[in-house]
Design a protein around this ligand. Sequence first.
Ligand code: COA
Length: 331
Amino acid sequence: MAQHAHIVGTGSSMPERILFNKDLEEIVDTNDEWIVRRSGIRERRISSKVREESTTDLATQASARALEMAGVSPGELDMIVVGTVTPDRQFPSTGCMVQEALKAEKAAAFDVSAGCSGFLYALTMVNNAIRCGTCGTALVVGVERLSSIINWDDRGTCVLLADGAGAAVVRSVPEEGGILSSHLRSDGTLWELLYSADGSSRTPAILHDINIRPFHLRMDGNPLFRRAIGCMSEIAREALGHNSLSGEDISLVVPHQANIRIIQGLANNLRIPMEKVYTNIERYGNTSSATIPIALDEANRKGLLKKGDHVLLVTFGAGLTWGASILEWSM
Ligand code: COA
């Protein structure tokens, strides 16, 4: 019998500390008015070194909340897939660290590196595994501690990026619905628009130029901005067309939260009113692969999603990578 992948629980976890735009005025040459007008961000969460807010901690807390909502015990998980570009360590994977923390003994665990598209890529891997019959119950996580790779001297990026985690429990179910389809794209020729400058095998630590500050994120924001709207609109249209749906059939769009103007441009292109687009960028900034699962969890807990609703997830990020997925909500 054909199996379908349904989201049966969501969870999220945010660091306690709030960094306001005013606080950033003390660090770089910026101001609240510019940040709000150009990005839509008013505040963001930054993890602490002393509290339990590492990538693994945030991912584990978000996962525990999603499992609790789903009524699934960690021992039932067959697979844990984590989208992240800021793991606690290069290896082992964050997936394995979460597996240990949750005591999910029988799960296969690994990470997916797809920039801000990490969660959607991970969700697609799980959807495929469930449809193939190789996985019954899975945990999909998007988590970032971008504060660890931000260049705090670069006003073009440090005002945008932040930390957080979101998770979803996905189950194999015979009923139709759940994840209807996923559509993924990449363009590696444009990797230099957004990348981590170092901290890899390419430049062994001993050879570091002292002027290169390791792990710092570099971004060419303006060309990314223009491509983001076009790529997200195109892939969303592909996902809608694949399912014979139009923008009017979508109850809620849960987009990657990189910039409110990107989200507005996407909504405009799809002719979907902003009232049907979930945004929380104002409070959390851009948490990369975590934005979509955090927003999905908030929308779910606020009761904005009803059984049978069509939900459009759409993303764009480093790689470049982008993608869209349509869900028929079944909780
Ligand atoms: N405060 C004040 N001024 C700033 C600033 C800040 N934090 N950051 C940049 N500026 C300045 C620039 O130096 C530039 O000044 P100049 O004209 O004197 O050179 C001016 O503002 C305009 O910069 P620009 O980069 O053209 O602005 P923008 O309208 O493109 O907005 C971003 C900048 C980063 C907000 C926007 O490009 C963006 O959101 N990009 C996409 C991010 C993204 O999608 N990332 C990938 C997916 S996660």
